[in-house]
Design a protein around this ligand. Structure first.
Ligand SMILES: *Cc1c(COP(=O)(O)O)cnc(C)c1O
Length: 349
């Protein structure tokens, strides 16, 4: 069936499937601020178990999840080491600094998304009154759709541990990373997700991205860490009541939407392949579900015009730094073909 709108702005735009809506309607509910919501409790146990942690906390957004994590690991006057393009540094309004007086120490990324181990080590401050106390290393996987090499994740987190730092993973798209990693190792996605998560003291995952739930993220960690995060969630206004309807959607997504992320990755490759060879476009080969495209030469200033051209054909994308196309549950092969054809048409004018 051909879709009227092809929305490639983000994997957050998905709407719950009919089966997911049924699961939401059937959810047993209670008041989660009292700890009484069975569906929330079940989801928290499920995601903690899947990723190998003692406990988990259901939160409304990935942003709040990262905030709860950083403020649970760090005190006022502490700092966290983080990538320049990491969501929990660049894209969250500076929340850790604003609400927690926690200073970021951003580092530049290599082109594969990694932070140089030597730079991580050099940025850890000595215990001296001049400096903030370096407390935490925060990594992100996937980062801009890139899978961090697993041996790098092991090395960076081991280095942090050696220096007494805690390790947080912003795994908003951890399951995309796990599916891509499973394709390399021949293992399965859930095993890879657990292997990646096992390198960290805390992990945040989003249900509202490629997994297709309408709302929600989870923060995982030790029981004691999650108890601290629970207090911060309340402070941040994230204590929700009959949140089980949302938790049931997330649970359904974990049961039914992890393996299918491979289809999103295939569609991203289809899109990138379709755009290859167009004069004026430089297409970065996608590793998961995000395709970045740069306009070059005479086309350099054309991104607003291109987005407008696409919008006129009911195709949506974004171009904040670079053009970005994200595949997801609500995009199919026909929609990707339409996007490719519309972009080709723009450059043939
Ligand atoms: C989307 C995203 C978040 C934040 O999630 P929201 O639910 O939009 O607040 C955090 N980190 C990464 C890497 C993300 O992609």
């Amino acid at each position: 069936m051909s879709q009227a709108f092809v929305d490639l702005r983000s994997d957050t735009v998905t709407r719950p499937t009919a089966a997911m809506r049924e699961a939401m309607l059937a959810a047993p509910l209670g008041d989660d601020v009292f700890g009484d919501d069975p569906a929330v409790n079940a989801l928290q146990e499920k995601i903690a178990g899947l990723l190998g942690f003692e406990a988990a906390l259901f939160v409304p957004t990935g942003t709040q999840s990262n905030l709860c994590a950083i403020l649970s690991h760090c005190q006022r006057g502490d700092e966290y080491i983080v990538g320049q393009m990491a969501h929990c540094y660049r894209w969250e309004g500076g929340g850790a600094a604003v609400f927690g007086s926690v200073q970021p120490q951003p580092l530049n990324h290599h082109s594969d998304g990694t932070l140089a181990l030597s730079e991580i080590e050099a940025s850890i401050k000595p215990d001296d009154a001049h400096f903030a106390r370096t407390r935490l290393l925060a990594l992100e996987n996937t980062l801009g759709g890139k899978l961090l090499p697993f041996d790098y994740v092991q090395q960076a987190t081991a280095l942090a541990k050696k220096h007494g730092l805690n390790r947080h993973l912003d795994g908003a798209r951890l399951f995309n990373a796990a599916v891509a990693q499973a394709a390399q190792t021949g293992s399965n996605a859930l095993a890879e997700a657990k292997r990646i998560a096992g390198c960290f003291d805390s992990v945040s995952v989003c249900f509202s991205k490629g997994l297709g739930a309408p709302v929600g993220s989870a923060l995982c960690g030790s029981r004691e860490f999650i108890a601290r995060a629970h207090r911060i969630r309340k402070m941040a206004g994230g204590g929700m009541r009959q949140a089980g309807m949302l938790a049931a959607a997330a649970s359904h997504a974990l049961d039914h939407h992890v393996g299918r992320l491979a289809q999103d990755h295939a569609l991203a490759r289809q899109l990138a392949d379709g755009l290859a060879g167009i004069e004026g476009l430089q297409v970065e080969a996608p590793q998961t579900n995000i395709v970045f495209v740069d306009l070059t030469g005479a086309a350099r200033e054309q991104s607003a015009a291109l987005l407008k051209h696409l919008a006129g054909r009911d195709i949506q994308a974004t171009g904040l730094y670079r053009l970005r196309f994200v595949t997801h549950l609500d995009v199919d092969a026909d929609g990707v073909d339409r996007a490719v054809a519309a972009i080709r048409e723009f450059f043939q004018r």
